[in-house]
Write a new protein. Structure first.
Length: 159
């Protein structure tokens, strides 16, 4: 059984390498992959998940995730104790075009210990998640393609 799923993941990875060029014709696709390199959850081969507080970043990620998986997307919102979670939920609902009830709330555990700090996430931190092993394998291929292009570009420049 393990062999079967390993082969399926390997095939999805190869598919990702094959389709990268076509997807990368849209520059926002490379942006999505780069965002995932920096902000994405990489500890599980079964989940594609990205968290950020910037609505533009989250909207880009959600847009591409909707295009590359048929699996439902899940949303989680971390917020500070002094923030209004229902207002934040409504904000993200409007931004992403999802039902506010579909956004799971999670209060940040260190919220009470941030006294005196002037920074925080105005809209909380939203996580978008898809449980899709084959997408995760394709995404790994896309990450490798982007990294290889960076190395190729550096080599061409004589660095």
């Amino acid at each position: 059984m393990q062999r079967k799923y390993r082969l399926l993941r390997e095939a999805a990875y190869e598919e990702g390498r094959r389709c990268f060029g076509g997807l990368a014709e849209d520059p926002t696709f490379r942006d999505f992959v780069c965002l995932y390199i920096g902000e994405g959850y990489k500890r599980s081969r079964n989940v594609v998940s990205l968290a950020n507080s910037d609505p533009a970043v989250v909207k880009l990620a959600v847009g591409w995730m909707r295009q590359v998986t048929a699996r439902p997307l899940g949303f989680g919102l971390q917020y500070h104790v002094d923030q209004a979670p229902e207002q934040l939920r409504r904000f993200w609902s409007r931004e992403l075009g999802v039902e506010s009830e579909s956004i799971r709330l999670q209060r940040k555990s260190n919220s009470g210990q941030l006294a005196g700090r002037s920074w925080r996430s105005k809209h909380g931190v939203l996580t978008v998640r898809a449980c899709d092993t084959m997408l995760r394998a394709r995404l790994e291929a896309w990450i490798d393609c982007v990294r290889e292009s960076w190395l190729y570009t550096r080599d061409q420049d004589g660095a």
